[in-house]
Ligand binder design. Structure first.
Ligand SMILES: [Zn+2]
Ligand SMILES: [Zn+2]
Length: 278
């Protein structure tokens, strides 16, 4: 039987949250997407959107979550500070992240969550927290799930300052490719084409317009037009744009969305509160 998945958008911004009224329609929180993969609760990045999501999970009675982190830039982890589920004793929280880098994932996280940067460290919470070091390119099953019907996760190293991990989460016919933060180039296009092949949904780094990309080379981001092109080449069913620059107001984003719709009617621009059923 085909598994039912749903995707909820809780944060759409890159770099830092924006609170001004000109950003309320698309949303001002940084990257956070919740995916209900049949029985499993998967969270893609822990930006400021994680705070609202945490409250929603508690009221729905969800106690076990898997948080896949693309990397440790602040816009992708700031929601961990104050994540309400950390305070629930019965909660089981699995954190997955890139083991590469000077300190590795676990040690980097411990240094961030604790004094002097934050009053509480990971060991201070009553919930059960497990850290999973991920080698880029590795594949794994979500922790604690029986192998025969588990959700499988594949990874790919992204092109981003300091590195990033791109994820492909799949279960039988369903698959989501999470491609933040990643700057497209020829080598990346080739790798991503294989990585995204025949996916149900590609969640894409649409941080810049093509025009702005020209002046922001090396910043580690891409454009919606590159996302559409990749989606076509990889035969992905739907492309979801997100991680918008904090300079792009609602009015500006509406225009971008109109331009994109002329090129591909099936592409979608993430807004906070949006729910997609796969
Ligand atoms: Zn980012
Ligand atoms: Zn980044």
């Amino acid at each position: 039987m085909e598994k039912r998945w749903s995707v909820e958008i809780w944060g759409v911004r890159g770099s830092s949250p924006v609170a001004h009224r000109d950003f309320l329609e698309y949303g001002g929180n940084t990257s956070c997407i919740f995916v209900q993969c049949d029985q499993e609760a998967v969270i893609l990045d822990a930006g400021s959107g994680l705070l609202g999501l945490g409250d929603a999970l508690i009221s729905k009675g969800v106690r076990k979550v898997h948080i896949l982190l693309s990397h440790l830039h602040m816009d992708h982890i700031c929601g961990l500070l104050g994540f309400p589920l950390f305070l629930v004793p019965e909660a089981e929280i699995h954190l997955y992240g890139n083991t590469e880098g000077q300190l590795g994932f676990c040690e980097s996280l411990k240094r961030l969550m604790g004094r002097p940067y934050w009053p509480l460290g990971l060991a201070d919470f009553p919930s059960h927290v497990e850290i999973h070091e991920v080698v880029p390119g590795a594949s794994f099953r979500l922790a604690g799930i029986e192998a025969d019907h588990g959700v499988m996760v594949h990874t790919l190293e992204g092109n981003h300052p300091g590195g990033s991990l791109l994820y492909r989460v799949e279960q039988e016919e369903q698959s989501i490719i999470y491609g933040l933060d990643c700057e497209m180039n020829d080598a990346m296009l080739q790798a991503l084409r294989n990585f995204s092949q025949d996916g149900s949904l590609l969640i894409w780094d649409a941080n810049f317009t093509d025009e702005d990309l020209e002046r922001c080379k090396g910043w580690g981001h891409s454009s919606w037009r590159q996302g559409i092109a990749l989606g076509r080449e990889a035969r992905v069913k739907m492309v979801l744009m997100t991680h918008y620059s904090g300079e792009y107001t609602d009015e500006f984003m509406q225009k971008q969305q109109e331009l994109a719709a002329r090129e591909d009617v099936s592409c979608c621009f993430a807004r906070e509160g949006m729910v997609i059923h796969l």
